[in-house]
Structure formats: structure tokens, C-alpha cells
Ligand binder design. Sequence first.
Ligand code: PEP
Ligand code: MN
Length: 224
Amino acid sequence: MLSIAESVKASGAGFLRGGAFKPRTSPYAFQGLRGQGLDLLLEAKKQTGLPVVTEIMSISHIDMFVDVDIIQVGARNMQNFELLKALGSLNKPILLKRGLSNTVEETLMSAEYIMSGGNERVILCERGIRTFENITRNTLDISAIPVFKKLSHLPVVVDPSHASGLNWLIEPLALASVAAGADGLIIEVHNDPAHALCDGAQSLTPAQFDSLCGKLERVKQATA
Ligand code: PEP
Ligand code: MN
């Protein structure tokens, strides 16, 4: 964790995102390191100064998230309205991921649940939607980026890793997202993707991430 945090910071990452509590399709799949995972993230924050982003799955865990800088609501919890209402009373930014089969309007209504409670610091995340296409894990909805920006004032970030599920697709999708107006990206990085406990196939190595960061900067300048 520390070595990844240090290398992505050197490449220009502004945040460290990792899942401690993981919503897995199968109950037999790796469920995350939970409290111990939070400790690792916070240790990496202490050593690198990178703010941390991590997913909450239950209202009952809110007290464990006091030192987390941005709380993520994952795609599967986008319409967990009681959770959204509880996060609406916090004084902390919330990264709200679009649900697997949710429309732009439904996503904005979920953001509204958080904001109507008084917490207006919501960041929207396009992470791909479920379609008939199955070569990719999901289908990245590029048009959602300008649509979210037209219909709201909220920042929009894109997650090309979960959108594609394939490491070789992350670069073109990340570049396209920035060209389409994304304010940020979430990119999975692992020092040894082949042995990752989760999502190794969609992870870049630190060297690949570094090379992508240089290209992103050039696309950002070209489309500014
Ligand atoms: C994640 O961000 O680790 C994750 C599980 O993504 P999503 O909620 O978009 O499926
Ligand atoms: Mn993941």
C-alpha cells in the first residue's frame, strides 16, 4: 500500500483510493480487509500526505470513517436511500458512483438525497453501465460526462478501471474521459497485478500509471 501510494503520488495522483469494505457479487470472494484495510489507508495517508477515499457499505460503519477524507458510495449502494440520508448530515465530500443500471436522472436524485440533508459536497462518478456488450465489464457512458455537467453543478470523475475491467482499455478510456470534460479519474494501480486479491485484470502497474499521467496532461492542455 505504501509503495503504491508513494509511486502514484510521484506520478501526480491527488488522492489515494482503496476499498477496505468491498461489495462483492459472491459472498465467497475476498471481502476486503475491513477495519485493518482502513488502518492501512490511514497509515499511507500519514506517510504520504495523500487524502484518502474509501467506500462505505453500512450506516453502522460511519464512526469508523472519521479520518477518511472522501467517502465513496459504490454503484451497488447508489439507491440505498437511508445510507444517502445519513451521509447528507456529514461535513465530508461524498463520491457517488452511478449504479450499474441507473439513469443519469436517478443518479442526480441520489445526489439530491445527500445534498438535501445539507451536505452539498457531492462528486459524481461515471463507472460504466450494464449493457448487452460483454467484452468489457461494463460500457463506459462517455456522454454521461457532459450530461451530468449540463444538468448539475457537480464535479464528475470517471472510473475507467471498473468500466472496462481490462487494463489495456484504461488508457484510451481515461484520455477520452478527460477530453469529454471529466474533472478527475479513479484508476486502479497495483504493484503486482497478477497476484492482486481483487481486480488485478483492471489494474495498471505504477510504471503504466506514470506513463498515462503524462498523456493525460497533454490531452488536458489540448482540450482546455
Ligand atoms: C470499487 O470502486 O471498488 C467498486 C466496487 O466499484 P463499483 O461500485 O463502481 O462497482
Ligand atoms: Mn476494484
